[in-house]
Design a protein around this ligand. Structure first.
Ligand SMILES: Nc1nc2c(ncn2[C@@H]2O[C@H](COP(=O)(O)OP(=O)(O)OP(=O)(O)O)[C@@H](O)[C@H]2O)c(=O)[nH]1
Ligand SMILES: [Mg+2]
Length: 252
């Protein structure tokens, strides 16, 4: 079984040099059952993130992949490129993961276990058992928590952490979701992917994680990203209503 951990990066040179060895090490925890590889999708980071990855490639060889894009095209398109790469190369599972150590690599084997228990998507969840977020300013926790409540209510998808960027996705799920129709880029991308998976009858579960504030570097969160998520949820709510009426019409 082959697993690809996809890490999109923009100015994460400091974090990525420590994170990649940590992620690859998780392969030893779960071997001989699985092999864990890493794909970094870098958007021409001015801080030289891609150069750091190339340096690490000398040590890790084929277990470490790098896609370099010419400009900052956003998280959503970075993941879609990563997913297509994984499908082409024959990986069985992919992970989404941030580069900034907000997501603990040691959770990878635990999350993967959920996927092997026949779930199509296992979400590393900050809100499945209360709120497990460390060192975030209160306004950021509130924004994230209420964004999730809003998205859950309007889309009708019973997932507590719809905006989580730490998840495992099966090959079957990637093949079932129409990746070319994914429209959003920021946190909205996480909502869109999970909602579409749910309405494609894929099995989704949440595994509790503790999310920690980024180790170094700066946040890429901005107003545009929040607004994109706000409107994407409305769009997904409309799709849900349309789907409901289509079902009624077809008498099922
Ligand atoms: N390739 C690529 N990666 C991106 C882009 N925007 C963000 N990322 C990466 O996506 C991951 C998650 O985004 P984050 O930027 O961590 O969310 P955040 O804005 O950092 O918020 P904080 O965690 O508070 O810092 C990180 O690894 C980022 O480097 C982008 O436009 N392109
Ligand atoms: Mg982050």
């Amino acid at each position: 079984m082959r697993v690809l951990v996809i890490i999109p990066t923009y100015n994460e040179a400091e974090n990525i040099k420590d994170l990649i060895p940590e992620v690859l090490k998780q392969g030893d925890v779960i071997s001989p059952y699985a092999q864990i590889d890493v794909l970094v999708v870098d958007d021409n980071s001015p801080d030289g993130t891609a150069e750091v990855v190339k340096e690490l490639k000398k040590e890790f060889g084929e277990r470490l992949h790098l896609i370099e894009r010419p400009g900052k095209f956003g998280l959503g398109t970075a993941y879609v490129e990563g997913f297509k790469f994984a499908l082409k190369k024959g990986y069985d599972f992919v992970f989404e993961m941030d580069a900034d150590f907000s997501h603990d690599p040691k959770e990878i084997p635990n999350i993967l276990k959920g996927a092997l228990d026949s779930y199509d998507i296992v979400i590393g969840s900050r809100y499945s058992h209360g709120v497990s977020v460390l060192n975030w300013p209160m306004r950021r926790v509130l924004l994230s928590y209420f964004a999730n409540a809003y998205a859950r209510t309007l889309t009708g998808v019973p997932v507590k952490d719809l905006t989580s960027g730490f998840k495992c996705i099966s090959r079957k799920a990637l093949e079932k979701i129409d990746l070319d129709k994914i429209k959003s880029n920021g946190y909205a991308f996480q909502i869109e992917l999970t909602v579409k998976a749910y309405y494609n009858d894929l099995r989704i579960t949440e595994h509790p994680i503790i999310f920690v504030e980024r180790r170094s570097g700066i946040s890429k969160m901005n107003k545009k990203i929040v607004l994109e998520a706000f409107f994407m949820v409305i769009r997904l709510a409309f799709l849900r209503i349309l789907k409901f009426f289509r079902r009624e019409k077809n008498g099922s």
